[in-house]
Design a protein around this ligand. Structure first.
Ligand code: AMP
Length: 497
């Protein structure tokens, strides 16, 4: 986790009611006890959410109690469900008015929150969740809004635009969520956020989520929220800085073959290979043994004696590979493996952090290689946001390619801004050692684009923006997305907020 993620200080808000929770803490309450409707309970059951996360357990009762809430929590904590579930229970599906708005700093988060909200609303008939964000045709979004959207998830700029075109009215928005408020501040959206808040009814319930509480965010809370309850979730203190992370995009049917390939290329001294289920673990154990690899498995179906035997042979380095489920690996005192392989993507970034925290300790770099299917791309992006480090496409260690294959593709055609430029997002910033000159150099030297085509370069803490003449943007993405800058892979894509 980054420093800022753990920076809980600097708040100007008087915290009368601060509630502290530890992200690793076991939660006692169940979703049913939190008072959610049976439709939502059914959905959660189908999604496999067994228990509320700490932020959910603390925030949901406050929200049902009608309080404004400041949640100091980050992606991965389960914050979307923490605000989304009470919000959905609160809506009146028989009215088509916009009753809830969620503001997000980026298009990426907007889409992610919308997908989550739609999933949570699965069994709530008549509830429409509409996403509005920049870079996509405004007409379609206007049409969707005309059909009625009780929940609107929006980036700030596009929401302002839709309000000014009278496609969106906020007079019935009784529930307002500001997600990742500190990032909105970083991106210069705070004044627009204030304007939006002023358009919402005064009797609304306001929620603000932010990983950190810089002064302007605290001031905004003080001005626009009514007697808020602050809930802080302390992130688990695991460093993953010394872990090199990579992903392997794979079709489900090819997973076994690819894992064998990865293991042969990596030649791990010791690796834990994580599976989601015990059946999956047992199957992988057998398949790897059949391929002639030296492997042992730990899963819930083994007797205590068998488990001890497996542990001993792994710890004494008699076998280099251990296949395990999360539950079986819980509490294991295996700390210093050279590799963690996520054969199945964990369904929660917290679990990911926990898994990969087993490697890369004591001054050495570990490697974490994660398998993901096309359907899991978004989940992988969520993980990337949580760990705040780029997860590039896996390359065999002995090959050092200049240009790695492009990890992602644009989904929509590029629409230039009014000034004829296109804004590109780069997933690294000052914290990743990037400076303005580095990006200028990459564009002019790497992508061979003339200096004059660069309208601006803005390096922020965790990411950067480059504005290029529209005609050159595609070329920049083509050449630079997935390549290495200052030794680390970068992702470059058209910014959509
Ligand atoms: P968020 O912090 O809202 O981005 O959520 C992070 C991830 O955790 C998402 O993939 C959610 O689907 C998942 N998640 C949220 N709440 C729970 C829960 N109670 N149990 C299991 N997974 C959860």
């Amino acid at each position: 986790m980054s420093d800022s993620a753990q920076n809980n200080g600097e708040t100007a808000v008087e915290e009368v009611d601060a509630v502290q929770a530890d992200a690793t803490e076991e939660v006692e309450t169940s979703f049913a006890e939190l008072g959610l409707s049976k439709e939502l309970l059914q959905t959660l059951d189908e999604l496999g959410y067994e228990k509320p996360t700490p932020i959910q357990a603390k925030a949901i009762p406050e929200l049902f109690g009608g309080h404004d809430v400041i949640g100091q929590a980050q992606t991965g904590s389960g914050k979307t469900a923490a605000f989304g579930l009470p919000l959905l229970d609160y809506l009146d599906p028989s009215s088509e008015e916009t009753q809830a708005v969620v503001l997000t700093p980026t298009r990426e988060l907007c889409i992610q929150v919308t997908q989550a909200m739609r999933a949570y609303a699965e069994h709530l008939e008549g509830v429409e969740v509409v996403a509005v964000f920049g870079g996509a045709p405004i007409r379609e979004q206007q049409a969707r809004l005309r059909h009625g959207a009780q929940v609107v998830v929006a980036t700030v700029g596009r929401m302002m635009d839709l309000i000014s075109r009278q496609s969106l009215v906020l007079t019935s928005a009784r529930y307002v969520v500001l997600d990742e408020a500190d990032e909105m501040l970083d991106l210069g959206f705070i004044e627009d956020v204030e304007k939006i808040l002023r358009m919402c009814p005064s009797g609304r319930q306001t929620l603000l989520f932010s990983a950190t509480m810089p002064e302007p965010v605290a001031r905004l809370a003080q001005t626009y929220m009514y007697d808020p309850v602050t809930i802080r979730v302390t992130p688990r203190k695991l460093t993953v800085d010394s872990v090199e992370q990579a992903y392997v995009m794979v079709e489900p049917k090819d997973k076994l073959q690819r894992v064998v390939e990865v293991l042969k290329a990596e030649e791990p001294e010791q690796a834990i290979i994580f599976c989601r289920t015990k059946i999956g673990a047992a199957r992988l154990d057998r398949a790897l043994s059949d391929k002639g690899l030296r492997v042992k498995a730990l899963h819930g179906d083994l007797s205590q004696g068998q488990r001890d035997g497996v542990m001993i042979s792994f710890k004494e380095h008699k076998v280099p590979l251990l296949v395990a489920t999360d539950i079986a690996a819980r509490g294991l005192d295996i700390e210093h493996v050279t590799h963690v392989i996520n054969y199945d993507l964990p369904n929660n970034p917290e679990i990911y952090v926990h898994r990969i925290g087993r490697t890369g300790r004591v001054g050495r770099t570990g490697r974490a290689i994660t398998f993901a299917t096309a359907k899991q791309r978004e989940d992988l992006k969520t993980i990337e946001r949580v760990v705040k480090a780029p997860i590039g496409e896996w390359e065999p260690p002995e090959e050092r390619l200049e240009h790695a294959p492009r990890p992602r593709r644009r989904e929509r055609p590029v629409e230039p801004d009014d000034d004829g430029t296109v804004k590109l997002f780069v997933n690294r910033g000052r914290r990743g050692g990037i400076e303005e000159e580095d990006l200028r150099w990459a564009i002019t030297e790497g992508a061979v684009i003339p200096e004059e085509a660069i309208a601006s370069v803005r390096v922020l803490d965790r990411f950067s923006f480059v504005e290029l003449e529209a005609g050159e943007a595609e070329k920049a993405v083509e050449f630079l997305d997935g390549t290495k800058l200052k030794g680390k892979q970068i992702r470059m894509e058209v910014a959509r907020s």
